[in-house]
Design a binder for this molecule. Structure first.
Ligand code: MLC
Ligand code: AMP
Length: 516
């Protein structure tokens, strides 16, 4: 099936002759088969074409987590289009940027966004528009899908053609669209399915969002590749996960999933007796969480390391020693080297260097940003991740820091520059510094340190400045990026060169969330 479409073929191979195979069981107990998924995806592909989508065109989507969203993903692939999912938390000003940058032919949005579409359409000039309710049950997309008749033939696509663009935050404040090819997605899914020993009998608890590489490509593409099934939850909910654990075999999550589940009374060895694998990624898993999990459940969490630009790069072994505090070994087919970020020379064993990656998993560059793309590759073609790590004599890699100024909160990346520029625009603010502070639930939490303008210090009391800062970030930023705390100070610490000393600020406020 879909022999002429590289990714669709790879993802349907296991089940194309077995359409009744279960794909997903929803919270409503509704069951969706592979045959239904593919048939609806074909209808969606036809709807996309009817709305002017041609091969290579972008299809942007901002809607809740539903099977219909996955039909749009697969339908876009079948139509030869480039799938562009957007975080449902993005505000209108954030969405406006993505639409203007990616210039999609079609934007599919939930009811909240659709209600503001006249304005957004004027500001972005998206040619075609469809609605999709957050539960995936209604909207003009669903109406059109259910009225499609006739056969659909998949559009021809090769390994190097683009399948998706996922935006990642940028150090300069501007998000960059990572272009992912059919070949990169298919190779990573095939390899991970094998490395983590997936079989058609697996049942994966899916509680991650499906607008990021972890929930979308790692969890969904592996499932499609082997023809296993999902216990599809709309979002993370510790009670619902605990209820599903006895009938599941795999869970994939960010570290916050595991720290929250550890506090759940039903997390016992008995509840997880059918589970074979717990995977953690997207942010560092504390060695202490790994150890506690093993004590409470008898399972060693398998930690792996990836990135939107590279898919998955390293993993602790499926069979073998899963070492707490490490991200394991380079995955099959993925080459990793550690280099000094300043000199570019290879570091000695055990020394700290930047992780550089090469392999079929690596992206095709940033959308419309050839210079940025060139900057992030070495002269000999390795992708520079910005992650700092050490490797031991047995090949295990431990991430020890980041050369980029980035915060990871509950598995979401936040770039301080984006928040600082919004806060700096608030009337009465002289300047600001945004930092990540250790947080017991989110791993790191966003904190803004704000200096008021000296002239307004008396006329603008701190409480009203705080209110204005909070209002401004609320209007312009998705909630996970908003500072969990804003601190007002007289001045920021600076070194002799005048550079703000963020390390000193992190030290000053390190205890801020200790009792949260
Ligand atoms: C929600 N909030 C967050 C947040 N998630 N704030 C900071 N960081 C987060 N991650 C906000 C909410 O909007 C709310 O704001 C308040 O914090 C409390 O929310 P909550 O109810 O506790 O949050 P919840 O909905 O339970 O979500 C937490 C979470 C979720 C950890 C389950 O964030 C999540 O699913 N994260 C996964 C992210 C992910 O998939 N990352 C993969 C990226 S790919 P308010 O204002 O309403 O009070 C990648 C590559 C790779 O990194 O290697 O995988
Ligand atoms: P993103 O840009 O959202 O794809 O996030 C990628 C970044 O997440 C990487 O560059 C790492 O900094 C971080 N990351 C992913 N997995 C891990 C992990 N297991 N441990 C530490 N950091 C991780």
């Amino acid at each position: 099936m879909y022999d002429n479409n590289y990714l669709a073929h790879a993802l349907c191979k296991a089940t194309s002759s077995k359409p009744d195979t279960l794909f997903a069981e929803l919270e409503s107990q509704q069951r969706v088969s592979y045959g239904e998924l593919f048939a609806n995806a074909e209808r969606v592909a036809k709807v996309l074409q009817d709305h002017g989508v041609k091969p290579g065109d972008r299809v942007a989507v901002q809607a809740g987590k539903s099977i219909a969203m996955l039909e749009v993903y697969f339908g876009s692939v079948l139509a030869g289009a480039v799938f562009l999912p957007l975080n449902t938390g993005y505000t209108l000003s954030e969405v406006e940027y993505f639409l203007n940058d990616a210039t999609p032919q079609l934007f599919i949005a939930n009811d909240t966004t659709i209600s503001t579409m006249d304005e957004l359409q004027q500001r972005t000039k998206v040619p075609a528009l469809l609605s999709l309710s957050d539960d995936g049950q209604s909207g003009t997309l669903i109406e059109a899908r259910d009225n499609v008749t006739g056969e659909f033939l998949a559009i021809e696509r090769n390994a190097e053609d683009l399948a998706a663009i996922l935006y990642t935050s940028g150090t300069t404040g501007r998000s960059k669209g990572a272009m992912l090819s059919h070949g990169a997605l298919a190779s990573n899914a095939r390899m991970l399915a094998q490395y983590w020993a997936f079989t058609p009998e697996d049942k994966l608890i899916h509680a991650l969002p499906i607008f990021h590489i972890h929930g979308l490509f790692v969890a969904i593409n592996i499932t499609l590749t082997v023809g296993s099934s999902l216990l599809f939850l709309s979002k993370f909910d510790a009670d619902k996960i605990a209820q599903n654990l006895p009938k599941a075999t795999v869970l994939m999550g960010v570290p916050t999933f595991y720290t929250r589940l550890l506090r759940h009374p039903d997390l016992t060895k008995d509840t997880v007796k059918n589970m074979r694998l717990f995977v953690s990624g997207s942010a560092p898993l504390l060695a202490e969480t790994h150890t506690q999990w093993q004590q409470q459940t008898g399972h060693a969490i398998l930690e792996r390391y990836g990135m939107t630009e590279t898919n998955m790069n390293t993993s602790n072994p499926y069979d073998g020693d899963r070492r707490p505090g490490t991200v394991g070994l380079p995955l099959p087919g993925v080459e990793i080297r550690l280099r000094d970020p300043d000199s570019g020379s290879e570091v000695a064993l055990g020394d700290i260097g930047q992780i550089e990656v090469k392999g079929p998993n690596v992206f095709s560059g940033y959308w419309n940003m050839p210079e940025k793309t060139a900057e992030e590759f070495s002269d000999d073609g390795w992708f520079l991740t910005g992650d700092l790590a050490q490797q031991d004599s047995q090949g295990y890699i431990s991430i020890v820091g980041r050369s980029k100024d980035m915060i990871i909160s509950g598995g979401y990346n936040v770039y301080p520059k984006e928040i600082e520029s919004i806060i700096d625009d608030v009337e009465g603010v002289e300047e600001s510094a945004v930092i990540g502070i250790q947080h017991p639930d989110f791993g790191e939490a966003v904190v803004a340190v704000v200096v008021p303008q000296s002239s307004s210090q008396s006329s603008q009391p701190a409480p009203s400045l705080l209110a204005q800062v909070n209002e401004s970030v609320q209007i312009q930023l998705a909630s996970y990026k908003r500072p969990k705390q804003v601190v007002v100070v007289d001045e920021l610490p600076r070194n002799t060169m005048g550079k703000v000393q963020k390390a000193q600020l992190r030290e000053t406020y390190q205890q801020l969330f200790q009792n949260s």
